[in-house]
Ligand binder design. Structure first.
Ligand SMILES: Cc1cc2nc3c(=O)[nH]c(=O)nc-3n(C[C@H](O)[C@H](O)[C@H](O)COP(=O)(O)OP(=O)(O)OC[C@H]3O[C@@H](n4cnc5c(N)ncnc54)[C@H](O)[C@@H]3O)c2cc1C
Length: 490
């Protein structure tokens, strides 16, 4: 297991292929450092004695101690540790931990590449295991490039006027494949070692060219990263942990990229491509039951602090509001725990969480983010949006006025009042806060997609049978067992 600084040293060796603000930029551009600090923290946390139980796993391949982000879930407990790790780490960095992309992609690919080898005699799983050994030994960080740019939404990949709107194979050669296209909304692609590309949706038999999964280094020939970065603004005087972190997202272009066969995990198996798309989404929604529980708790804590500093923490309506927020935190987290408890072991040996519980938790999280912003804004008041700049708090003329007039509870110093409202402003009334609002809704899949999954994976006939039974209407089958659907075993 390497440290955050060793990770940074490795990044420094990558070839420059990142564009931002109309220019090619260095990976150590100041705008990228916030997000890079998050990724580096995932390395340092694994060395923190307090995080050992959640952050470190034992490789089932080698028996070595590895960073959990490089691990395949071998049990229900592994899934619970991953969820808990995601929540605790996200709390430390004030939001998205980013590296979950990698562990979620690895677990999804392990299942479908194994199934492909069993079904078609391919060697994708062997490719994958060799890749996984490298990931674990070198402690590599991975991004998952799933979401295609998708063109006209109602059209399938093969119906688009430009077939490159979904990443596809344009040529197969003796030593590898050539892929062309672009992936959208690619989080952390600028500061990871490898980009794992997988399909974004289910595919029909004529869509073999789009059924492709592989991994390449993030500075690979033909890969161009067009990036957008967000971080809370740096402080001049009142430095704090929150402003040291950030996030980056890109359109990642694959311009006729050569991928050697040993890096290919799927190529043309359309039904497995669809399964991989769903599996990654499922693992990623399970990760959200950790990170989004953390984000919701950060909002809960901030709202409680605002209430205390405003002197309204004993008001009944404030306590009701906080109770509602706590309930959401607990429900999101418990859906992930339930999904782990109801996980199943696939033929590859990798455990997969329950679909309905994951999707229910992720949907609840996505839909409630706007409520959480509203709660903090309602309790904190308008100062969140109108807080004068930090410079004004230190200007000779205006500082005494601001220190006098920011006061609320006289037991709380002016500096602490200022610090708290500066945090609330960073969280909501900033470019960073606005970006988080969309991230928390769409990241891991829009709520409408979760509704599709929830309906698909719930046994609605059984639900109807319960109603029929109570109404005295004949029905087929039994309702005497709680049943879950396990589409991943077939
Ligand atoms: C901050 C952030 C980070 C992300 N990070 C990653 C990442 O690292 N890797 C990755 O792969 N993805 C990532 N995502 C992508 C995320 O999974 C997608 O945003 C999400 O799946 C929605 O896709 P979309 O943004 O393309 O929206 P769209 O698909 O364009 O959806 C917009 C709306 O159109 C609707 N719609 C779409 N298609 C149809 C149709 N055929 N018929 C009717 N309605 C339709 C949708 O339901 C939705 O309401 C990230 C997203 C965000 C916001």
């Amino acid at each position: 297991m390497i440290t955050g600084n060793e990770f940074r040293e490795r990044l420094a060796k990558l070839k420059p292929n990142v564009y931002m603000g109309g220019k090619r930029v260095d990976r150590f551009d100041p705008r990228l450092l916030g997000g890079m600090n998050v990724m580096a923290a995932t390395y340092d946390f694994a060395h923190d004695p307090e995080f050992q139980e959640v952050g470190v796993a034992i490789s089932h391949l080698t028996g070595d101690k590895i960073n959990r982000f490089c691990h395949l879930h071998q049990s229900m407990e592994d899934l619970i540790h991953k969820q808990k790790m995601t929540r605790l780490y996200s709390q430390e960095v004030g939001g998205c931990i980013q590296r979950c992309m990698g562990i979620d992609a690895l677990n999804g690919v392990s299942i479908v590449s194994y199934e492909a080898d069993q079904k078609y005699g391919t060697r994708y799983y062997r490719n994958f295991v060799d890749f996984l050994k490298k990931v674990q030994k070198e402690d590599l960080s991975l991004n998952c490039a799933q979401t295609d740019v998708k063109g006209n939404r109602p059209w399938r990949p093969h119906q688009q006027k430009d077939p490159d709107l979904y990443l596809r194979v344009v040529e197969k050669k003796a030593d590898g494949i050539i892929v062309n296209g672009a992936k959208a909304h690619n989080s952390c692609s600028v500061y990871v070692d490898e980009i794992v590309a997988i399909p974004t949706r289910s595919l029909t038999p004529e869509e073999k060219d789009w059924a492709v999964a592989f991994s390449v280094p993030s500075d690979w020939e033909g890969v161009t990263i067009i990036n957008a970065s967000y971080s809370p603004s740096k402080r001049k005087k009142l430095d704090c942990p929150y402003v040291n972190f950030g996030a980056s997202h890109s359109i990642t272009v694959f311009d006729h990229v050569f991928v050697p066969w040993e890096r290919v995990f799927l190529c043309g198996e359309t039904e497995l491509a669809g399964k991989l798309a769903l599996l990654f989404a499922l693992y990623h929604r399970h990760s959200y039951t950790g990170c989004k529980a953390a984000l919701s708790e950060i909002f809960t804590g901030a709202t409680a602090l605002a209430a205390e500093y405003n002197g309204i923490d004993k008001a009944q309506h404030v306590r009701h509001k906080l109770a509602e927020m706590i309930q959401i935190v607990d429900l999101i987290y418990s859906s992930g725990v339930a999904a782990a408890v109801h996980s199943v072991k696939t033929p590859s040996g990798t455990y997969v969480p329950d679909s309905n519980f994951c999707n229910a938790g992720r949907m609840l999280a996505g839909e409630n983010i706007y409520e959480e912003y509203e709660s903090l804004a309602a309790i904190a008041g308008g100062l969140v949006a109108t807080l004068p700049s930090e410079d004004d708090f230190y200007n000779e003329k205006t500082a005494p006025y601001l220190e006098k007039y920011i006061m609320r509870d006289p037991n709380v110093s002016a500096e602490h009042q200022h610090r708290a409202f500066r945090l609330f402003q960073d969280m909501m009334a900033s470019a960073w806060g606005g970006h988080k609002l969309v991230d928390a809704l769409h990241g891991g899949g829009s709520p409408v997609i979760e509704k599709v999954a929830i309906y698909r994976d719930h046994n609605i006939e059984r639900s109807k049978n319960i109603a029929k039974k109570l109404a005295g209407i004949p029905y087929q089958g039994s309702t005497k067992k709680l049943d879950r659907k396990f589409p991943w075993l077939s």
